[in-house]
Design a protein around this ligand. Structure first.
Ligand code: HEM
Length: 225
């Protein structure tokens, strides 16, 4: 059997890593959105009790967080290197973005993956710094003292420029996921042609639900607090 050229192997491996971590991160986003929907109830205690579940996990939380950071890093680094590899292979970009149809699924989403990805990374740094490591307010629920994350989130989403920023970035998240979900299955070689359309439609559905869900939360809080 002829040996696989190193460059081909590494590009395939990087794409597979990008796909697996991307799918795992979509799983994280679904759980994250479900937790954030508690904010819509306006019940501060319910949200704080929910977010405190993570804090009470102790050192196990560090394991989860280390895994999450590793998944984000692997996804970002493999994504950037795959995109740079493509640019090197085709230095002159196509003039027009049109849906090429068939198996390529070339759309605005697909050719902007690296740009939406980089903007999401910038958002992520801002998001984690402003919430996870943001102001530490305290509250007491049932005699137990815990972090009042609800107060901080509401304070953030009372700023129109922050809400506008979230709406823009969550729309970009939708575009990123729209192509990313289908592309992950493609990269893993798990797509038989007859499933291609179905996976693409599921990806569009997930992208719309996550984008609308995440952009609805800040708008709702802005309008109701
Ligand atoms: C409505 C939109 C969102 C809200 C209200 C929200 C809320 C929060 C809050 C309150 C935290 C701090 C959790 C804690 O310290 O216990 C957090 C952390 C985090 N969020 Fe979001 N989030 C939103 C959207 C997103 C999106 C779209 C992403 C990814 C693209 C994301 C990724 C993260 C990550 C990675 C963390 C750190 C998790 C950890 O290490 O514990 N969030 N978010």
């Amino acid at each position: 059997m002829p040996a696989l050229p190193t460059s081909l192997w590494s590009s395939v491996a990087r794409k597979a890593l990008m796909a697996l971590t991307g799918l795992a991160l979509i799983g994280f986003l679904i759980v994250h959105l479900l937790g954030n929907l508690i904010l819509l109830s306006g019940n501060a205690d319910a949200f704080n009790l929910y977010s405190n579940i993570y804090a009470s996990m102790g050192s196990f939380l560090y394991v989860i967080e280390a895994g999450l950071v590793a998944f984000f890093l692997i996804h970002i680094v493999s994504g950037i290197t795959v995109a740079l590899g493509k640019m090197k292979a085709r230095p002159v970009s196509y003039k027009k973005v049109a849906n090429a149809g068939g198996p390529s699924r070339k759309t605005v989403s697909s050719v902007t993956m690296i740009y939406t990805g980089v903007l999401l990374l910038v958002f992520l740094v801002f998001h984690v710094v402003s919430l996870k490591y943001g102001a530490h307010y305290d509250t007491t629920i049932g005699g137990e003292k815990m972090r009042d994350l609800y107060k901080l989130v509401v304070e953030n989403f009372q700023q129109p420029y922050i809400v506008a920023g979230y709406v823009i970035i969550m729309t970009l998240l939708g575009f990123h996921l729209r192509h990313g979900f289908w592309s992950a299955f493609q990269s893993l070689g798990a797509l038989q042609p007859r499933f291609s359309n179905m996976i693409y439609i599921i990806g569009v559905f997930i992208a719309i639900i996550l984008a609308i869900g995440f952009l609805f939360v800040p708008i709702w809080i802005f309008l109701n607090s």
